[in-house]
Design a protein around this ligand. Sequence first.
Ligand code: GLY
Length: 423
Amino acid sequence: MHVTVIGGGGREHALAWRLERSPSVHRLSAWPGNPGIAALGACVPGRVDDQAGILDWCRREAVDLVVVGPEAPLVDGLADRLRDAGCAVFGPSAAAAQIEGSKVFCKELLRDAGIPTAAFEVFADPAAADAYLRQVGAPIVVKADGLCAGKGAILCATLDEAHAAVDQVMRQRVFGAAGERVVIEAMMSGPELSVMALVDGEQVVPLPVAQDHKRALDGDRGLNTGGMGAYSPVPQVDPSVIQQIVEEFLKPTARALVAAGCPYQGVLYGGYMLTPDGISTLEYNCRFGDPEAQVILPRVEGDFGEILLACATGRLAEVQLTCSDRAAVCVVLAAGGYPAEYATGFPIDGLSDAALLEDVMVFQAGTRREGAATVTAGGRVLGVTALGQDLPATIQRAYQAVARIAWPGVQFRRDIASQAVSS
Ligand code: GLY
C-alpha cells in the first residue's frame, strides 16, 4: 500500500522509518516530511493545515493510508475531512482529538467517567478565576484550555504566580483563543509516566512504555523542553502499575469516548502521575509522544503498516502487536540556547558516520538541505537512537553515535536513561 505520513519532525521520521520496513508498504511519502524522511520516500512540500491540498494528494496518488503525526491538524479536523472522502486515516476525529485540544473536555470526560485526575474547576471569566484562586491558595496549576504547543500548563508555586498566569492566559491572551477558558487544578507530586496505546473504539492495545526527559539540562535541571531524550523499557516501574493504567485508565477512557459519541481511532497518549495516594491522570495527547516515538517504534515488531491500517479501519482486534525485548535509547541533539533563543543554518558534520554504527538510527527533526549539506533548522535537530540488548549497552551505543556528530553550539543531555540503570 501507499502510506503518507503527515508532519515533518523526529516523530514523523521514526514513523516513516518504521513504516518503510513494513512488508505491506510498497510506497511511502510524507507531507511535508524532512531531509531524513526524503531518503525513505517522496516528500511533498506543503503545510499540515492545508487540508484541501492533502486530500488532493491522497486522491491523485492513490494513498491507501494516511498517518497523521502532530496534534494540530487532528484537532483541526484533518482526519474527518479525509475519512469523509473515503481515505483510511490513522488519527482521531476532531471530536475525539479534543482529549488533547481542550483541557476542559478532557477533565470533564475523566470526572464524569470516574477516572482519577486532580480536582479542578473551569473558568471563562478571569475575575472568577482570581476569586477562586484566593479561596484555594497555592501551589496550584493553571491550564489554558486549547492547544499551546506544550506550554499551556503553568505550575504555580505561589498565589502571585497563579494570578499572573490567569492574567497572561485570559487577559493578555498570550496563547490566543486557547486562553478563552482555563482549568485550575490541584498540584500533584510524584514520578510521571507516559503510557501510549493504539485505540480503535473500545479496543485498546498498549505500546511499550517509554520515559521522556523534559528538562534541558542534566539532572532534570533547566527549562522545560519538548523532550531531550527518551528510553524504553522503563524497568524501574513495576509491570503491575502499567497493567493498572491500561485496565483502570486507558480502557475506561476509550469507553468514555465511545459513550460520548466520539470513538477514538489512533494512538492515545496518557500522562500519569504516581502520587502517594495512587495513580492520577495528568493529561492526554492525541498522537505519539516526541521523542517517545523514536524509542517505541524501533521496538515494535511485525508489519506496522498493516497494524496501523487495521486500527484505522476498525479491525484492530484482528491483529497482534508484538514487541522486542531489546532496549532503545534516544538522545536529542539540540541547537545551542534551545529552548530559548537559538541560531540555525549550521552544517551538521558526521550524520552518515553516526548512522553507520550497527543498530543506530539518526532521526531528523529540525534540519533542511542546503546544496549537498544538511544544516540545522530548528531547536530540536536530531534524535540519535540506538537499539541494544539492554539499557546499559544501548546507552553506550547511543552516545558513541552522538560523539560522531557535531555543529557549532550543539547541546544534549549526558544522562539519558541513567535513572533507569542506577535505581
Ligand atoms: N514528549 C512529550 C510529548 O510528546 O508531549
